[in-house]
Structure formats: C-alpha cells, structure tokens
Ligand binder design. Sequence first.
Ligand code: NAP
Length: 312
Amino acid sequence: MTINILFSAGGDKWATYEAPLRAALTSKGLNHTLAPDAGPPERVDYIVYAPDSTLQDFAPYRNCKAVLNLWAGVEEIVGNPTLTQPLTRMVDTGLTHGMVEWVTGHVLRHHLGLDRYVGATGGWHDLRVVPPLAKDRPLTILGLGALGAAVAEALVGLGFPITGWSRSPKTLNNVRCLAGDDGLREALSTAEILVLLLPETPDTTNLLNAERLSWLRPGAVVINPGRGPLIDDEALLAALDEGQVGHATLDVFRVEPLPDDHAFWSHPRVTVTPHIASETRPGTACDIIVENILRSENGQPLLHLVDRSAGY
Ligand code: NAP
C-alpha cells in the first residue's frame, strides 16, 4: 500500500524538508508519495503542514488521517473550523535544545550583568560588581511543557532556584511546581528573572498585564520566547519606564516582523531578537513526523496531539 503525503508549508520549506523527510520515510520502509501537490484531496492520507501554508481549507481532505504540524505553536490553525482531522504539534529534540540554549544564554547575560562589561574600556572600580551565585537568583518559568520543563532542568543544573507554573499540577525534580490562579501570584512574586514559555490561547492572552507585572520583584527581567500576545505591550513599557521591570528580552511579538516604528526597538532596556529563539530542525523533526505516521498506520495513539478545547 502506498501512503500519500501532502507537504504544505510556506517559504522554502519544501526544499529544506524533502530530502530528510523522504530519508526518514524510507528508513522505516514506508512506501509513499510525498509532494507539495499530492493530487486529488480525497486521496491524501497525511498533511505535513506549517501555518504559513496557503492551504487553509481542510474540508476536501476528507480521508486525511492526521495533519502533522511542523511548528510547536498551533494558535494560527487550532481554531480553523474546517480542520476536523487529528492535529499534532512539533516536539523535536533539536527545537528543545535550541530553546534551552537561547534561554540559558539570555538568563546568564542578565544574571551575570554581562552588559556592563561588553565594550567597556576602563573604570576598574566602577566595573567591579561581583554577581551573586545562581542559587541566590530566583527564577520563574511560566509553562512547564516540552520546552519549559527542559529549560527548567537545564537551569536547575546551573543552580538556579526554579519555580514553574502550568495549567495542571506537575512534579519536576528540584522545581517548585505551581498551578492555577493562586499559583501564578506566588510564582511571579518570587521572580527576579521570568521566562515565558506558554502557548498563545484565549486564557494566556495578556496574561502578563499591569497588575501581574507589579507582582514581580522590582527590577525583574522578563524573557519572552513564548508568544507576543502573552504580554500587554503598553503595560510592559510602563513597567520598564517605572523600573518595575529592569529589562525585557523579547523574541516574539503581536505583529511579526516587529514594525520599524515599534517602541521596543528603541527602548534602552529592551532587547529584541527576531523570532529566532528556536527553530524546528528538519533532521530530528522528520523522525517525529514519520513516527506519527507509523503510529497512525498501526492504530496507535498519535504523539503530541493538540487538545482543541485547550487550544494547544
Ligand atoms: P507545551 O508542551 O504545549 O507546553 C505548554 C505549557 O503551558 C504547559 O505546561 C501548559 O500546562 C502550560 N499552559 C498552557 N495554558 C496555560 C494556562 N492557561 N495557564 C497555565 N499554564 C498553561 O508547549 P511547548 O512545546 O513547551 O511550547 C511552548 C510555546 O513556546 C509554544 O506554544 C510556542 O508558542 C513557543 N515557541 C516559541 C519558539 C520560538 O522560537 N520563539 C519556538 C518554539 C515554541 P499543562 O502542562 O498543564 O498542559
């Protein structure tokens, strides 16, 4: 039997993914067709997908067994009423490692006060500020999923006291895990560095508003590689101007690319990175896609299935 796979993603992803996806399919002995145009929609078995695709009407793909998203975030398609097929999101070791490295780098920049020394040319005594040890720098991570839990583990390894917050209660080694509305206030009030690794859903939009920013320790650093709408931009700018937030390192924004005239670009205590915290890595992601096709063909539950009602 031949499995018909439609690859539907924008940009140059077909050129990037074709070879590793074919190799992963072949290595599992799967007889397949794989193309950006897989013929009549009713003959498509699986769609390998990214939300920047032109395909937005899934109704004609009535025999499709799963839509396999190449991105971790699904906020752009989870509410699509034509998408009734099972939807999976990307959890990939390459994506996870990338996020761990990006967050760790930016946490250490702020923890060690590296900005003081980069480009400094003198003033020995002015420069001599000995940073505290990680054990004395409480850090909170909102979101303890695939990425948040991996980041927490790495930062625990460096000695940071970590508080994590999620929707459902969790148990993670050496992480103080909190959940629910009460847990959020406690999680924020202890944070000197706050990392946002929540998905964008109706419940998380504007989660970090003026009131909740005021719960942070004065001068706290906010690091957001999650999604732009998690933060109320105006409230963050006000908190930065008041000194309630000492610095914000932002990788994701309500509008991307971040418009040239946005206040974040010129604010002295904002660092903008252009949504590069972590990318899906084709070499490892294709193994996950193929693993899910195999599972589906064998009648096993799909990995990383999106919960439509929760929105992630
Ligand atoms: P995930 O495995 O789905 O984890 C999401 C976490 O957020 C879970 O712990 C979940 O709680 C928690 N959560 C969701 N809604 C919540 C709510 N209302 N209140 C409290 N906690 C809530 O997702 P992931 O793979 O870790 O990815 C997280 C996000 O990172 C993605 O959605 C995406 O937006 C972003 N991302 C960004 C980049 C980048 O380059 N900037 C790259 C990849 C991903 P439960 O554990 O209870 O379900």
